[in-house]
Design a protein around this ligand. Sequence first.
Ligand code: ATP
Ligand code: MG
Length: 196
Amino acid sequence: MLTVSNASLSFGGIRALVDLSFTAREGEITSIIGPNGAGKTSLFNIISGFYQPQSGAILFQGEDITRERPDRRAKRGMSRTFQNLALFRGMSVLDNIKLGGHTRLKSGLFSGGWYYGRAQREEIAFREEIERDIIDFLELDHIRKAPVAALPYGLQKRVELARALAMKPKLLMLDEPVAGMNREETEDIARFILDI
Ligand SMILES: Nc1ncnc2c1ncn2[C@@H]1O[C@H](COP(=O)(O)OP(=O)(O)OP(=O)(O)O)[C@@H](O)[C@H]1O
Ligand SMILES: [Mg+2]
């Protein structure tokens, strides 16, 4: 599924990643562990295309994507969450999750304008699918209309997971999925990850 080979990333004099190689196989959970500052987030950032490694290569399903734009990688089926949360705080839970799926919709701005009916049908089918497969699954139904900013941290993390799932990713990258959570929240997320 994913191969990182001999990747290095430096910020000025700081060497965040040095000649790093590993593979992650389909259908498996691969954990990246290390102390603060070890380079875990930097690794997610070169895999998702947020940063470019100075050397080395990243292969996704056998194809070299090292220089590809982040949105192209998303279209290939890579999705992620962020250590420090990157939700649209003024928007509702449902709208945040739906945004995660926009790469999958066929109707763009233009076709959406020309074929208004088709775009609307696609949107309705998409919303039904999100409600059934993601909102129910992650037990977010009771807060689907709430603005994200009003939610406790543990639930915001769960909304981010939901948004990442809305893409129907082949590779799901979770940066510190349980950081800052209490024991009960941690057990909930662990259960969801295993189910996914
Ligand atoms: N944008 C940046 N500019 C400069 N230095 C950075 C940047 N991002 C990360 N670093 C540095 O790179 C190193 C690795 O950081 P990174 O955030 O990848 O580690 P981490 O393993 O995710 O740590 P944590 O457990 O705290 O999340 C650190 O020394 C960090 O200060
Ligand atoms: Mg980190």
